[in-house]
Design a protein around this ligand. Structure first.
Ligand code: GLU
Length: 596
């Protein structure tokens, strides 16, 4: 039994966790006394994608109070319930560059500067739908739960601890009440806010909540629309400009992601349309941001190429098409036995045709999909010909995938792009057809089903003939050997080549001027001039690729056969017609497999 497949993305997270856990700078917040009880060593990391996959490392399931990380979510709920114009009347969207608890309101309007500082968040809590304190309280808790995709509860100890000591927030609330921005009862508003901050979440919850914002308000786990696309986008925008207190500018330059931090050590960051990150470690820097959280997030952004201001990844489905080796085949013409073996065992070959730019999210989807489906697979073809930009993070993830597949005896063949990719653990191939042929050969060889030589009686062309006629025919066939590079069909007097050993390739002659590799044929197959049937010109060039042995029927011998045994000549013509018909039927089936 193989050990469970560990995604290269998981490896990256584990590695990051192992390195950054050594980082012990910073202090646990104690101004809310209960927060001081946190274990300073806690460190959790989580990444949630928009299709609901969550990667996590460390203490990602340890519950802690959400604190200020609740602010963008409650802001989104307020926008959803009241609309932007009404919310804007009471809370601005300008960055302050001040600390989270700054006592400062906009001159003239008395509005708090933005919903990410405490003043703004206290007002925002009162703007969610509901006419009474109870209704708003219920709206906030159920709204946060909908973001997380599970029911959240409040840590009353932390809430009471803050209520008992939160004089600064109290001062802010009275100030805003005096200025007319906070219209609800002051003590009730503060209670609402303290309760919101004391909701218990895990790092994994934070990643899912953030992925919900990144996905336009739709929770990736439950599929529930929690807020509108507009509300989610507005919340992300304010996170980008004001989310990390007085570090917001440098943060955006370094990590390039909308983010929000909180004093319990939580940190979230979103890449719109792609993913949500959740981080947690209680030691804070002097600005109140988690030391490990900031370091981890900045590194994840760099390693995964997440900076928002980089050229965007062209999104859309990354899988253009997926094929299996039992129904889709290379253009190699194979003898009956090999065809049968491929039909039976070919599902061990999977071909994934990818499209669009390959950056973190698309590569993550590729790695996950392929690693989830390795049961009976032994060869994986990744066709990158249609892919656009293949970023270095995609190369790293695909290399990680190929290396892990290799450990389980699965070979990856990459059909390269024009620019060329570096995936050392994969076999590189120029075309999908060549890659597929390579995998088929490897499979047939591994199964002992490849035929090095095929005697006349087993030749595809003659399978339907009476064995007695086959023996009679042998006298009219001339054995010929071709060295690699030699052309088979050059001799106009030769009509039909039955390949008993070796390999020949067929190229289109003429247009385009460079010979185009079309197909190849191995032992057990035959190639001939259609002249055998209709006198037409031959349009292909056939070249031996390895030493090739053929049995050749020439014009002269065919004439002799007609004279000696018209019945045998007739049977031969029928066999050829049957073989052509069978091949057309197979081509049809192939096309069908490709189209559907
Ligand atoms: N409840 C905390 C306060 O208002 C939240 C602060 C934060 O997490 O930044 O002080």
């Amino acid at each position: 039994m193989n050990a469970p497949f560990v995604s290269p993305i998981q490896d990256l997270l584990d590695d990051l966790h192992a390195r950054l856990i050594e980082q012990r700078a910073g202090e646990v917040a104690t101004y809310i006394p209960e927060l001081g009880k946190a274990d300073p060593e806690w460190f959790g990391l989580a990444v949630a994608t928009l299709d609901g996959t969550v990667y996590e490392a460390g203490d990602s399931r340890v519950p802690f109070t959400i604190q200020s990380v609740s602010k963008p979510f409650v802001y989104a709920l307020a926008l959803q319930d009241r609309g932007l114009p009404d919310v804007l009347k009471q809370v601005g969207v300008e960055p302050t560059g001040d600390a989270f608890n700054a006592v400062r309101l906009e001159p003239y309007t008395g509005r708090p500067y933005n919903p990410m500082v405490n003043a703004g968040a206290i007002v925002t809590s009162t703007l969610v739908g509901g006419d009474t304190y109870e209704e708003r309280r219920e709206r906030i808790l159920s709204g946060l739960s909908a973001f997380a995709g599970r029911e959240l509860v409040v840590d009353h100890k932390v809430m009471d601890s803050e209520a008992a000591t939160g004089d600064r927030n109290r001062a802010l609330a009275y100030l805003m009440h005096g200025a007319g921005t906070l219209t609800c009862d002051v003590e009730e508003s503060l209670r609402l806010y303290f309760e919101q901050c004391a909701a218990l979440v895990t790092t994994t919850d934070l990643a899912v909540m953030t992925a919900t914002l990144a996905g336009g308000g739709i929770n990736p786990l439950t599929g529930e629309t929690v807020v509108s696309v507009e509300a989610a986008a507005h919340a992300l925008t304010v996170m980008a400009t004001c989310g990390t207190y007085d570090y917001a500018g440098e943060w955006l330059v370094r990590a390039g992601l909308p983010a929000k931090s909180g004093v319990s050590g939580g940190l979230i960051a979103a890449l719109p349309s792609q993913l949500g990150l959740g981080l947690f470690s209680p030691r804070l820097d002097p600005r109140g941001n988690s030391v490990r959280g900031v370091a981890a997030c900045e590194e994840l952004s760099q390693r995964f190429g997440l900076h928002l201001m980089r050229p965007a990844e062209r999104s859309g489905p990354v899988f253009h098409r997926t094929l299996r080796g039992d129904t889709a085949h290379s253009s190699r013409v194979r003898a009956h036995d090999e065809r049968t073996a491929l039909a039976r065992l070919g599902s061990a070959i999977r071909v994934y045709v990818l499209r669009g730019d390959l950056a973190f999210s698309s590569a993550e989807a590729v790695v996950r999909t392929i690693s989830e489906d390795t049961g009976s697979v032994r060869w994986v073809v990744l066709d990158l010909k249609r892919a656009g930009r293949v970023t270095s993070v995609a190369e790293t993830l695909l290399e990680g995938l190929a290396a892990k597949l290799k450990e389980r005896g699965i070979t990856t063949v990459v059909v390269d792009t024009e620019q060329g990719v570096t995936i050392p653990s994969a076999v590189i191939s120029e075309t999908r057809d060549a890659a597929l042929e390579w995998c088929e050969d490897a499979l047939l060889e591994a199964e002992g089903a490849s035929r090095m030589t095929v005697p006349l009686a087993e030749q595809d062309l003659l399978r339907s003939l009476d064995p007695f006629l086959v023996t009679a025919l042998e006298a009219y066939l001339e054995p010929r050997e071709y060295a690699p590079g030699e052309r088979l069909i050059e001799d106009v007097a030769a009509l039909c080549f039955i390949i008993s050993g070796g390999l020949a390739r067929q190229f289109m002659v003429g247009t385009p001027p460079r010979p185009v590799r079309e197909t190849s044929m191995g032992p057990g197959t035959a190639v001939g001039r259609l002249a055998l049937i209709d006198d037409a010109e031959h349009t292909h060039r056939i070249v031996a690729e390895s030493p090739t042995s053929c049995l050749v029927l020439t014009t002269r011998e065919l004439a002799r056969l007609e004279r000696d045994s018209p019945r045998l000549a007739d049977s031969l013509r029928w066999s050829i017609a049957n073989a052509i018909a069978a091949r057309l039927r197979r081509t049809d089936a192939e096309n069908h497999a490709l189209i559907h």
